[in-house]
Design a protein. Sequence first.
Length: 346
Amino acid sequence: MRFAVHGASGFTGSLIVTELVRRDLTPVLVGRDAERLHRVAERAGRPDAEVRVAALDDIDALATAFADTDVVVNAAGPFTLWGEPVVRAALAAARPYLDTTGEPAYLHKILSTYDEPAKNAGVAVIPAITDDGLPGDLIAALTAAHLHAPIQEMVIADLRRPGAASRGTARSMAAIMVLDQVEYRDRAWQSVHVADTTLTEPGEPDPVPVSALALPGVYTIPRHVDTPHVRGVIRGEAAALFASLTAEVAETLPEIPDSDALATSKWFMLAEATALDGRRARGWVTGFDPYGSTAVIAVEAARRLATDGAPAGTLAAAQAFDAASFLDHLATTGVKWQVEELPARN
């Protein structure tokens, strides 16, 4: 199997190349700078890896670069600026596609705009295969299924504390935090203005302050959980930090965060489901090193897509992969997950 990694010379892309090599899978490095791509291949221990140069404004060249590969993995952000040409090239080459976007407006656009083109091409398009997007979507699916009942409301929460962040992440968050926040209400996506609130985190004695944020799950969960309401929140201190970011501040951050800080950075995704009868369930999934985890998640998703396939069209992670099986695989890398019932609401 051959996996095209677009944006392979970037921070996340280089981690994906390294993870492919670690798993004895074959990367094909795609980007604009051959010299940088060759350096990434050498650092990953595969100096003989194939490098292909194609610019974003040349869809035909990109499609040719993807044509004989099994899956296209796009790691070149900001995706709002640079993502769509890669999707179009993957569809032109009739190659399955996934990406590592965390940009909710872009994610929503891909899911809603490219479903019919993907079906016409006969391939799956699966955005947001990241440390928050995929685990959050999968744990939400399992949490809702645990109740065996219609779901009145779903909450998806990113409860990580502020930690090491790359320049690319800072760029994306600086853009996201100035947008109106969006919830899925009354079976439609709507701009909202909601007050900060609290959420109980497993293992924590005190409620955690949280702020509204349109996490990827706000757009992906309604695709596979029958519910009229999905809202996203993040830890309040993280929201305050992101709100202080500007495009200028983002450019001062390092492209590659400190490795020791990354190793100790914990990510934590939580889902809470409330059934129409008031019964509740909670699921959570957590691990360390968000960027390393994203590489592991993206490679496993690409491998499963190449091996097992997925329905044609734009898909959420839980529509493409068996949720429990995927999370069990991640557990072999140190990730922990659990689903449990909560006291019912009167």
